[in-house]
Design a protein around this ligand. Sequence first.
Ligand code: F6P
Length: 323
Amino acid sequence: MKKIGVFTSGGDSPGMNACIRAVVRTAINKGLEVYGITRGYRGMIKGEIIRLESNSVSNIIQKGGTILRSARSKEFATKEGRREAFEQLQKHGIDGLVAIGGDGTFTGANIFCEEFGIPIIGAPGTIDNDLYGTDYTIGYDTAVNTALDAIDKIRDTADSHDRVFFIEVMGRDSGYIAIPCAIGGGAEIVMIPETETSIQSVVDTLRTGWDRSKTSFIVIVAEGDEEGNATEIAAQVQKMLPYMDARVTILGHVQRGGAPTAADRLLASQLGIACVDGLLEGRKSEMAGIINSQLVYTPFIDTITKQKVINPHYIKMVNILSA
Ligand code: F6P
């Protein structure tokens, strides 16, 4: 292996730049040439490929977003699109890839590797933390801290006005962001897609608190909750508890930006190095991750098909601590 490419794909996450930096510097240290592919698979198809030197990644470890840009590509989902992407890689003599992204990125990488045989190693870069094969994904810690900072501020105004706030956090089909936000933000209720929490039980909990003279409440809603989004849930609850004053805040993409925390910079750097080492060891179609402080490589197929289960103890904690 002489030339490798690195790209970021799917939703960006804080720490992706730190990971790119680690990939570039490790590769150069091991005598490889490195190329950056911009805008993920979309850019690969278009041949948006640039040579990266050590100084190309100077002064980026502390920056959110991704210097390589990111995209979700429909063309890459077709065989024709993947063929065009492979031809572009061949044109540049690229014989290995590091893919930084989430489940969509690895689904694409898995098929690409099967069809064209190009070795690919992945680094888990997503705020969602929903990938099997690593305790934490790059960007998750920053996203949770960003959300928590906002929740603390909302708590101040909720308390001043005796209100119940429904705060929606990201996480697509997963409650990984919602759970630490609820515990760390002292929320009364958390609603996540992994467990059923009926509207009636939300109403009961709020009413019990109200009857005990509690005047403000925080309900954390994961965006993929089975009862709907925060706006829909709040409207139903407000109807059943007309004497309470409900408000909704959707934290949205603010959770995806900002400077990565120390934990994310460290994780991203470790995994960036592990991706290059993995390629040089002859690995392919695997994601580098950290489980119980140990570096592990997990086949892409497992990272996208196996579910990383949320510890049920954390869900119980919200109930016990909000009493
Ligand atoms: O996968 C990361 C994520 O931020 C999810 O939490 C969210 O559902 C989704 O991306 C939003 O995607 P987009 O930025 O394309 O709207």
